[in-house]
Design a protein around this ligand. Structure first.
Ligand SMILES: Nc1nc2c(ncn2[C@@H]2O[C@H](COP(=O)(O)OP(=O)(O)OP(=O)(O)O)[C@@H](O)[C@H]2O)c(=O)[nH]1
Ligand SMILES: [Zn+2]
Length: 193
């Protein structure tokens, strides 16, 4: 999929002063990347490919681990002084915000996160990672150390042409609310320790 880097600016945060890059995809979707330091050298770059989760990233939801994972990625990158976060607008594993709320309503009735997607007619995970490869390329990133526990994401990124030289574990604390969700991801979606 074609995507282009449109504009960049400074983004001061509590963790570091990042650069914020705005991308526009051909389908009209807008994505962003945060970068810190010189990520264009040959040394592998600590990287996180984060999928949008409005409820977790912005509304402090305890149903998932997305918000703490995003914060942890920003902190880890700030600590080493160099890295990149791609923030992909693939809300709800690609089904969109309203459908994710529908899926949560199904989970309120007892289904797990995979069954809820399926009963609504979706695959458990509809995300695509081709744009991530294109974004890394445009940012000049050559090799990455990827912060993830998700084997599907790892494979999809490699298939899309991203040179992942290392998988870096990216676990955050489980809460009483996210416990079942995380257990289902481990059991049914192969998420790693
Ligand atoms: N459809 C659906 N999407 C969800 C649900 N809970 C979280 N999400 C979405 O799942 C995505 C995050 O996916 P995860 O599998 O948690 O994490 P990941 O980024 O793939 O894996 P890691 O790299 O290990 O964190 C975000 O787009 C969330 O909006 C849910 O119950 N149903
Ligand atoms: Zn989430």
């Amino acid at each position: 999929m074609s995507i282009k880097l449109v504009t960049s600016t400074i983004l001061p945060t509590p963790f570091a002063e990042f650069r914020l890059h705005g991308f526009e995809a051909k389908n009209g979707k807008e994505h962003v990347a945060l970068t810190l330091g010189d990520i264009t050298t040959d040394e592998p770059v600590l990287a996180r490919v984060h999928s949008e989760c409005l409820t977790g990233d912005a509304l402090f939801s305890l149903r998932c681990d997305c918000g703490p994972q995003l914060e942890a990625a920003m902190k880890k990158i700030a600590e080493v002084g160099r890295g990149v976060i791609l923030y992909l607008r693939q809300e709800g594993r690609g089904i969109g915000l309203i459908n994710k709320i529908r899926a949560y309503a199904e989970q309120d009735k007892g289904l797990d996160t995979v069954e809820a997607n399926e009963i609504l007619g979706f695959l458990p995970d509809q995300r695509e990672y081709d744009i991530a490869a294109a974004m890394f390329n445009q940012l000049g990133v050559k090799q990455v150390r990827l912060l993830t526990n998700n084997p599907r994401k790892l494979n999809a990124l490699q298939e899309a042409g991203v040179n992942v030289v290392e998988r870096v574990q990216h676990r955050v604390k489980t809460t009483a609310h996210s416990h079942r969700y995380l257990a289902t991801k481990a059991a049914k979606m192969g998420h790693m320790e």
